[in-house]
Design a binder for this molecule. Structure first.
Ligand code: AMP
Ligand code: ZN
Length: 113
């Protein structure tokens, strides 16, 4: 369920006293430590999946998306925001516990780099 030595499992368990924007029985959201936009948060499940490709619970995935929407709302960016799920190293994934980036507070460019 949780993976030893996984940073995000530890965060979800409250090991670092992270301030959660939202906490439910299934997921937490919190501010990204290295924000790439004026508002940048992450939504992560409490149980461990390496990436979207390992995510075998579509119902939980739906809850995470709803959590991302609610996180955007709580942070006041609900009218303009971007959700990102980097999957695989070459796509920019650096933490191998699935997470949804919630980005906003500035105009976004397309296509992303
Ligand atoms: P990714 O590159 O898509 O795997 O995203 C990982 C994200 O986790 C990056 O945006 C990091 O800035 C963020 N991150 C890494 N360590 C922490 C931490 N301790 N607290 C909050 N965010 C973190
Ligand atoms: Zn984990």
């Amino acid at each position: 369920m949780t993976q030893k030595d996984c940073l995000f499992c530890k965060i979800a368990q409250g090991a670092f006293n992270t301030e959660f924007i939202i906490e439910t029985e299934d997921y937490v959201s919190f501010k990204d430590i290295s924000p790439q936009a004026p508002v940048h948060a992450l939504v992560i499940p409490k149980i461990h999946f390496d990436s979207l490709n390992r995510m075998q619970e579509p119902e939980l995935m739906g809850k995470l998306l709803e959590g991302a929407r609610q996180t955007a709302q709580k942070l006041g960016i609900e009218d303009n925001y971007r959700l990102v799920i980097n999957t695989g190293e070459k796509a920019g994934q650096t933490v191998f516990h699935i997470h949804i980036h919630v980005l906003g507070g500035r105009a976004m460019q397309w296509p992303p780099g």
